[in-house]
Design a binder for this molecule. Structure first.
Ligand SMILES: Cc1ncc(C[n+]2csc(CCOP(=O)(O)OP(=O)(O)O)c2C)c(N)n1
Length: 562
């Protein structure tokens, strides 16, 4: 069968099981859009390539499967870079397919030519420049295999226009790519880890995003239960254990609770699984878990010893390690340590004034959202104070129900990621919690949302500020508020309506609960703007670079600058 490159790519993606992809067309990639026209694949027309990239990320983060985004050469590619880099830092399987000028014009400063290969090299797990139509048969399945195998990540595939239009005789199709099994952990290492746990008096289980990627949350919960292990999570692992679980201590690090960070100070064994000792989690690394022996389980050998040298390391899939570890350990009790953890947890809850006094306090709003939404609702966030309030106070009960830009911390992530989540999980309620700064970074995707009439609610906590910046300036820069306050803030409800999206504004004197319930009951897309105090801070907070025991909290709200 004679097919051109665009038709071959379309068939390869169909055979991969791709049902939906997102992007924006342009010259060099137009042959592919032409082929897509007759395909079963639904194309979501984003309004900015970064939006398209985050729509794909939303799909990938909900399903765990690689999702696809498209961009044309030049500005299409440069617009997409942030979403690719974001996927790299959070280990999200993404296949970014980009059009390139014809090969004969590469290197001539042709119209809309950029070196996509060069630009994506440092921000992808792997990247390809396809040089012939036959190469597509090898490269496309391989791109999916690389994106999903081991530690997931983004793969960029740059395809020159002449490759799209060249033809080839196809006699057979390659098998679709996909996750390949990784090497099993050594028996001896698992036995050693079991012994460390058995001998520990004050062990703590430290879960990172790898637990979610590996689908190992249930195994981690069983380990925590059978061994009485107090368990802490990074931002990316929230949902691995439900917040009310007796062993769950919440998020650690810069905005973790005093209870969590204090417990880690006392631990004698730290079992890190799928976690990368990120600086937001560890604080000053040399003083992180000062009394603990460290065991580090990670699928990526590059993570072992990158930040903290472990006593024992196991390079393997978390599911494999935890399954075999559970087989080796009989149930154990640590009543003193459990009581210490429970006591700290009870003593240092996340601070909020009583709801009746201050229903619009952001922590109370996040709790209220948790009361209203079903357990399987998907919450996305943007980046800033609102993100941290969600992490601290919204009850994330299941893996893959909180989608947030953890590693890159990209403002503008939330709305398009919510669109992707709604596309990938039809029938589920999706809420994007955003700030008045972040939402403007991809506000154009309200048009995409309106076009597809998806059940996405966008809740904007409006403090007329870049709140997290203002907070740092208040605490660490002598209240020198440089470029953190907005003097022109749009009417977000009216803006939403102009996009064809239902818009609601809750006023500060309103009874928030019934209004929020009513707005969230709206079937289609809705934007809910809520004014919040412009002085509210995310507390506790560990000053950047300080050890985690140095926490500013509501009793000590400000520091003078160094
Ligand atoms: C693309 C991008 N630019 C800049 C930053 C730095 N930054 C981090 S938080 C923040 C403020 C976010 O403001 P807003 O979205 O209103 O949220 P708030 O903190 O007020 O809740 C800024 C500017 C960033 N994370 N991402």
């Amino acid at each position: 069968m004679k097919l051109n490159g665009a038709q071959i790519l379309t068939t390869l993606l169909e055979r991969q099981g791709i049902r939906i992809l997102s992007g924006i067309p342009g010259g060099p990639i137009l042959p592919f859009y032409d082929a897509l026209h007759g395909s079963s694949i639904q194309h979501i027309l984003a309004r900015h390539e970064q939006g398209g990239g985050f729509i794909a990320q939303g799909m990938a983060r909900v399903t765990g499967k690689a999702a696809v985004c498209l961009a044309t050469s030049g500005p299409g590619v440069t617009n997409l870079l942030t979403a690719i880099a974001d996927a790299r830092l959070d280990s999200i399987p993404l296949v970014a397919i980009t059009g390139q000028v014809p090969q004969a014009m590469i290197g001539t400063d042709a119209f809309q030519e950029v070196d996509t290969y060069g630009l994506t090299l440092p921000i992808t797990k792997h990247n390809f420049l396809v040089r012939s139509v036959n190469e597509l048969l090898e490269v496309i399945p391989l791109a999916f295999t690389i994106a999903e195998s081991g530690r997931p990540g983004p793969v960029a595939v740059d395809i020159p226009k002449d490759v799209f239009v060249a033809t080839a005789d196809i006699t057979s199709w390659p098998a679709p790519g996909g996750r390949t099994p990784c090497a099993r952990a050594e028996d001896a290492a698992i036995t050693q880890l079991a012994a460390l746990i058995r001998d520990a008096r004050k062990p703590v289980l430290y879960l990172g995003g790898g637990i979610v990627h590996s689908g190992a949350a249930d195994l981690a919960r069983r380990l925590a239960e059978t061994q009485e292990l107090p368990t802490v999570a990074t931002l990316m692992a929230l949902g691995a254990l439900p917040p009310e679980h007796p062993q769950f201590m919440g998020m650690l690090g810069m905005h973790g609770s005093r209870a969590t960070n204090t417990l880690l100070e006392e631990a004698d064994l730290l079992i890190a699984v799928g976690a990368r000792f990120d600086d937001r989690a560890t604080g000053k690394v040399s003083e992180f878990c000062p009394h603990a022996t460290i065991a580090h389980v990670d699928i990526d050998p590059a993570e072992i010893g990158k930040i903290k040298r472990p006593f024992l390391s196991i390079v393997a899939d978390a599911s494999d390690v935890l399954t075999r570890l559970l087989d080796r350990l009989s149930p154990d009790k640590r009543p003193d340590w459990s009581a210490r953890a429970a006591g700290l947890k009870a003593r240092f809850p996340v601070y909020a004034p009583p709801r009746s006094e201050d229903p619009l306090h952001p922590v109370n709003l996040c709790r209220l959202l948790g009361d209203i939404l079903p357990d399987d609702a998907i919450v996305t966030t943007d980046v800033g104070q609102h993100q941290m309030w969600v992490a601290q106070a919204y009850p994330v009960r299941k893996p893959r129900t909180l989608l947030t830009s953890g590693g890159l911390g990209t403002m503008g992530f939330g709305l398009p990621a919510a669109i992707g989540a709604a596309l990938a999980a039809p029938g589920r309620r999706v809420v994007c919690v955003s700030g008045d700064g972040s939402i403007l970074m991809n506000i154009q995707e309200l048009a995409t949302l309106a076009e597809h009439d998806l059940p996405v609610a966008v809740l904007i906590m409006n403090n007329a500020q870049l709140g997290l910046v203002r907070q740092q300036q208040q605490l660490f820069y002598g209240q020198n508020y440089s470029a953190s306050h907005f003097h022109a803030v749009p009417d977000f409800a009216a803006l939403a309506r102009s996009f064809g999206v239902h818009g609601v504004r809750i006023e500060s004197g309103d009874d928030a609960e019934p209004l929020l319930r009513e707005a969230l009951a709206h079937d289609g897309p809705v934007v809910i703007e809520i004014p919040i105090h412009d002085g509210a801070n995310v507390l506790p907070m560990v000053p950047p670079g300080a050890p985690n025991r140095v926490m500013i909290d509501e009793h000590q709200p400000a520091l003078t600058p160094a």
